[in-house]
Design a binder for this molecule. Structure first.
Ligand SMILES: Cc1cc2nc3c(=O)[nH]c(=O)nc-3n(C[C@H](O)[C@H](O)[C@H](O)COP(=O)(O)OP(=O)(O)OC[C@H]3O[C@@H](n4cnc5c(N)ncnc54)[C@H](O)[C@@H]3O)c2cc1C
Length: 305
């Protein structure tokens, strides 16, 4: 197959840690790549990691690593182009993969690595939360302490709660956290934090504009009412799948289930392993999988690495 028919040998969707690693690995193997990124920025969720203890290499914040990855992509810019655009679907063919963008463009590659990550679950996706459909709530991990001067409620006790508290030692308010038995095992790390009041519930109702009234049906005891100026979501994540990908029963997109020309990487693969280092490793592995498969033009293989 003549590579002139392609925009690049490899199309990567998403410029988070997984997509950036894929681009770097591709460049080291002499493969051309195009990264399609909705925001136009490099690093994905790294922007929201204010403090971390498990990113190897001495990176203590996500933005520091994002800046280093930006420099890496600039270094390989002769073989890797960044396109700002929202991918809407992928179409796999015998000889190519096409990525369809929301603005009508199509990007074509011999193979593709899809690394679109996850997005926060909405209140409508949680059966235990009843709310007025006009209510939309922001995710906790995007909140700044300066925005939380009044009473604040958090719906769900997913892991970002502990990360957010560690990342914002200057926050000296109180978060009323409502969560169900499903999240019970996650609250250990915040149990002793005086800035958190934990409420184990069966269900809640959220009414009104600010201040909102939260009616909680506890696991034990009587119904309770709270008011909150701010309601934040912390319900975990949903995979950023695209039409054309094969999803498992939980909505995630395992690499081994995809078309031979497509590999998934990073958080999109599984609800487990959602970490920076695993995203980076899987992005690199996805490219090597294509490199050693028959999907890439033969002369590209075996001369680099
Ligand atoms: C608050 C917070 C704290 C965290 N703390 C840590 C920590 O301390 N240590 C750790 O290891 N991990 C941490 N994580 C998890 C870590 O950030 C993720 O595991 C990692 O970023 C996943 O990388 P990824 O490349 O798979 O996805 P992402 O980082 O989510 O990147 C996906 C990229 O794809 C783009 N995209 C999505 N859909 C489309 C589309 N349709 N078209 C084009 N582009 C698209 C997005 O804009 C984004 O740039 C944290 C996450 C959060 C939210």
């Amino acid at each position: 197959m003549n590579t002139a028919q392609y925009d690049a040998q490899l199309v990567i969707i998403g410029a988070g840690p997984a997509g950036c690693s894929a681009a770097l690995m591709a460049a080291s193997l002499g493969l051309t790549s195009v990264i399609v990124e909705a925001t136009g920025s490099i690093g994905g969720k790294l922007a929201f990691i204010k403090a971390s203890e498990n990113i190897p290499g001495g990176w203590l914040t996500g933005p520091d690593l994002a800046a280093a990855l930006t420099a890496d992509l600039n270094r390989i810019s002769s073989g890797c182009h960044l396109i700002t655009g929202l991918a809407q679907a992928v179409a796999s063919h015998d000889d190519r993969v096409e990525v369809l963008l929301a603005d009508g463009r199509t990007v074509t590659g011999e193979t593709a690595v899809i690394a679109t990550g996850v997005h926060p679950r909405t209140a409508s996706e949680a059966a235990w939360i009843k709310h007025n459909s006009s209510n939309t709530f922001s995710p906790l991990w995007r909140a700044r302490p300066a925005d939380l001067s009044g009473p604040a409620a958090v719906l769900g006790a997913d892991r970002p709660l502990g990360t957010w508290l560690r990342g914002h030692p200057e926050f000296d308010g109180i978060l009323d956290v409502f969560y169900t038995a499903e999240d019970k095992y996650k609250v250990d790390e915040v149990f002793a934090d005086a800035r958190v009041r934990l409420h184990l519930v069966e269900s809640i109702e959220v009414d009104g504009a600010a201040p909102r009234v939260i009616t909680a049906h506890p696991m034990a005891g009587r119904l309770q009412q709270f008011t909150a100026d701010t309601v934040l979501l912390n319900l975990g994540s949903a995979p950023g799948s695209l039409p054309g990908l094969v999803q498992g029963p939980d909505g995630y997109c395992p690499p081994e289930s995809q078309h031979a020309r497509i590999t998934t990487a990073g958080d999109l693969r599984s609800a487990r392993y959602q970490r920076v280092i695993t995203a980076q490793g899987s992005g690199a592995q996805a490219v090597l999988t294509h490199y050693y498969s028959t999907a890439l033009t033969p002369p590209a293989r075996g001369t680099h690495g």
